[in-house]
Write a protein that binds this ligand. Structure first.
Ligand code: ZN
Length: 246
């Protein structure tokens, strides 16, 4: 019933991700397309990914520094302008009430028209960092425009800001399909930057899965490859019984 905004018209995008690599997996092709169209892309990386390694014997500090470098490299491939590291402990992202605070301030600072994050209502998502990060992101979108939430932000020159749209990636109920044929190579190149996550044996198993899913989404966008999102407004995200099927 409520119209949804056009993600590809976004000019200033904040991507909120739990770990290095999630943004590329979920939305790398779309992010590259938006950057090519001149949109400014900022990542908010909620954790440093310090516990995401597959090799034993590497310290958390070493892993964090490896993953930071990998993420910065992947961001360059996609045309990301800036990466803000929020510094929450990997695998221990706290509840949304805590994580949304820095996100509200960041939304007020960056003033994005679109926020891209993961779908917090993805059934069977077991990773708490994913559930809590994405829930904090949608709560931050809901509250960033309200002057009585975190009024101290104003003292730092951060006025309330209302986002136009929220795009939830890795959604079980997508309503928007973006063809990414022209940015597919960039997506793959960006994913390959995350060498600690995708050593060759893992990549050889992962790549056919991501390709098959991209082809399924691509068919919905009259393309060979695609990405899918559930695009909503903040109005959809409160007292709206029909949003689940929007
Ligand atoms: Zn993740």
């Amino acid at each position: 019933m409520l119209p949804i905004p056009d993600l590809m018209e976004a000019r200033n995008v904040l991507v909120v991700a739990p770990h290095p690599d999630d943004a590329e997996i979920a939305a790398g092709g779309t992010i590259a397309l938006l950057a090519e169209k001149g949109a400014k892309i900022t990542y908010a990386m909620v954790t440093d990914g310090s516990r995401g390694g597959l090799q034993p014997g590497i310290s958390e500090a070493q892993m964090a520094s490896i993953r930071r470098a990998e993420q910065e490299q992947a961001g360059k491939v996609l045309g990301v302008a800036d990466i803000v590291w929020l510094g929450f402990q990997d695998t221990e992202v706290p509840q949304a009430e805590i994580v949304r605070e820095p996100l509200i301030s960041l939304i007020r600072e960056i003033q994005p028209d679109f926020v891209i994050t993961l779908d917090p209502w993805l059934p069977y998502e077991a990773h708490p960092d994913h559930r809590r990060t994405s829930m904090a992101a949608v709560e931050a979108c809901l509250f960033a425009g309200l002057p009585m939430i975190q009024p101290e932000d104003l003292e730092h020159g951060l006025a309330p800001w209302q986002v136009t749209g929220i795009a939830l990636a890795l959604s079980a109920k997508p309503n928007t399909f973006i063809g990414i044929d022209s940015s597919w190579d960039k997506k793959v190149q960006a994913l390959r930057c995350h060498k600690s996550q995708f050593p060759d044996p893992v990549w050889n198993m992962f790549y056919p899965m991501i390709l098959a899913k991209s082809e399924e989404y691509g068919r919905r966008a009259n393309a060979k490859t695609g990405e899918a999102f559930k695009v909503l407004t903040t109005t959809h995200l409160h007292v709206m019984p029909d949003t689940w099927q929007a």
